[in-house]
Design a protein around this ligand. Sequence first.
Ligand code: DAH
Length: 358
Amino acid sequence: MADIETLGTDVLSAIAAVEDLGTLDEIRIAELGKKGRISGLMKQLGGMTPDQRQEMGPRLNALKTEVSKAIERRKMALEEAALDARLANERTDLSLPPLPEPVGALHPVMQVFEELAAIFGDMGFSVAEGPDIEDDWHNFTALNFPEGHPARETHDTFFFHPQLGDTPKVLRTHTSPVQIRTMMAQTPPIRIIAPGRVYRNDWDATHTPMFHQIEGLVIEKGVHMGHLKGCLIDFVKAFFEIDDVEARFRPHFFPFTEPSAEMDVKFTRKGDSIQVGSGDSWMEILGSGMVHPNVLRNCGIDPNEYQGFAFGLGVDRLAMLKYGMPDLRPYFEADAVWTRHYGFKPWTTPSVSGGLSE
Ligand code: DAH
């Protein structure tokens, strides 16, 4: 009986160390159950003298109460911990937003590039590329711009600082140098389009210092102006998704083509938008011509054997015409609201048979 205190301390520390409800109940049964240790001690009270009973009775009762309270407290703590663990596991965070709408959209310029690739791809053209930083020879000289010719100035060229003894590099002012690179690298027959960025020092509602062009080049034996016209009229019909187009080829000058022509199409203004194909006004949409014999010669191609035609057009303006954007500047402002409004689903691929702009 002397070690009631020791017994109490042992039991209480065992209770405090228990980590699960099962073991806690085992302790309860072992101490307070019918055949438990503390219950056994209580039973011994009956065989004691009144004096002993008076002393031991309250001590054992106190021990019994303390142990049952400790068990009760530990039980609550373990149940609470179990509930917390379950709640943490099963938590549904209702503060999360619903799955977001996809915010990305394909820029109309990229959409039009893809449409152009689909249309010309269908006509047997492949896509060629060249660098944005060009040398003077590819951007001007090989394209038959004579040294000191005023045509060089009309391009408002961005020049780099010249390296020692070198002519300065330029940011290409048009995609036409890709014609030169392609003819230098491939042997005819050639049918390519070259989409890309071009740069001129110009800035207002319809001009930005960086804009987009697409170049076309066909080099084959016996190619003539009729092929050029047929190809470009087919292109306009496919691009504007119309069955017929009234077009005219107006004489013009480009150093790299002879003869050269600008292509105009008829259009009607309907409110804010423009319908291409028929109407009472002409609109210029591209430059074109038969590749100049000097250009062929500069690339090692014999003009008596091969002929070709070329064309170049501004993609930003083409996108404006087809999709009704009134101003060019927002193209380059990365405004998400504008892009969402005028942009396209990024996962659809335009095709001539499946539809260009759905
Ligand atoms: N390179 C011309 C420009 O930027 C566009 C052009 C006109 C390209 C006639 C051509 C062409 O290939 O034949 O203004």
